[in-house]
Write a protein that binds this ligand. Structure first.
Ligand code: ADP
Ligand code: ADP
Length: 210
């Protein structure tokens, strides 16, 4: 299955991506994770992306589109993938269609995680990631086990100030692609408020009826 997860920052895309992808036997590919790994590794791509990420803006399409084409050409993505955080605007959605269609392929389903905006800021400011396992936790909603506490890190863009800008970018640039996929009959939307397992169940149920 070629699946796209879409939803505002803090909707739970990263949290659900790993579980869903494992169940479906496809790789979860997160553009945010790839950028952060490059920033950490000090690569030219990381240096190019950092100022945009810190400001809560989208990294330019030219950079992001090239990166995703390269990632999707790798062997593990040949039989399907779950994209988390891409596409994020209409140009990227069209680019994805274009690179897939060159191989006679297309996106099968787009799963939208719906969360009211007033819940997102607290989800994001309380988000912590383990530098040891890469797992995503929340100080209040999904606290880490004791042996993870010393490894917790906070993303530099997860401040209340940057979050406001990221939410505005989502509204203005990303939300329109939901309509683009709805018109193609590919959209499934679920309520992503509730226990983590409950949201996973809703996601898998919704994909089964795809
Ligand atoms: P995204 O990738 O969409 O930005 P994450 O998966 O990183 O979102 O989740 C954002 C924060 O919200 C994390 O701290 C995560 O632990 C927490 N979270 C995820 N799903 C839920 C949920 N169903 N209820 C409460 N908190 C959640
Ligand atoms: P979240 O799910 O919390 O919004 P991500 O990890 O998906 O966070 O993205 C973090 C940042 O990385 C974004 O704010 C943006 O600067 C950059 N980024 C991620 N994916 C893309 C993309 N498809 N296009 C442009 N920039 C991106």
């Amino acid at each position: 299955m070629r699946l796209v997860l879409v939803g505002p920052p803090g909707a739970g895309k990263g949290t659900q991506a790993g579980v869903i992808a494992e169940r479906l036997g496809i790789p979860a590919i997160s553009t945010g994770d790839i950028f952060r790994a490059n920033i950490k590794g000090g690569t030219p791509l990381g240096q190019e992306a950092k100022s945009y990420i810190d400001a809560g803006k989208l990294v330019p399409d030219e950079v992001t589109n090239r990166m995703i084409a390269d990632r999707l050409s790798q062997d593990d993505a040949k039989n399907g993938f779950l994209l988390d955080g891409y596409p994020r605007n209409s140009e990227q959605a069209e680019h994805l269609d274009k690179i897939l269609s060159e191989d006679g392929l297309a996106v099968d389903t787009v799963l939208e995680l719906q969360v009211p905006e007033d819940l997102l800021v607290s989800r994001i400011t309380g988000r912590r990631t383990s530098s040891k396992t890469g797992k995503i936790y929340h100080l209040e909603f999904n606290p880490p086990p004791a042996d993870e506490v010393e490894h917790l890190t906070q993303r530099s863009d997860d401040t209340e100030e940057v979050v406001r800008d990221r939410l505005a970018v989502y509204r203005d640039e990303t939300a329109p692609i939901i309509d683009f996929y709805a018109k193609q009959g590919k959209l499934k939307s679920i309520d992503a408020v509730g226990e983590l397992d409950e949201v996973t169940k809703r996601a898998l149920d919704s994909l089964q009826s795809a």
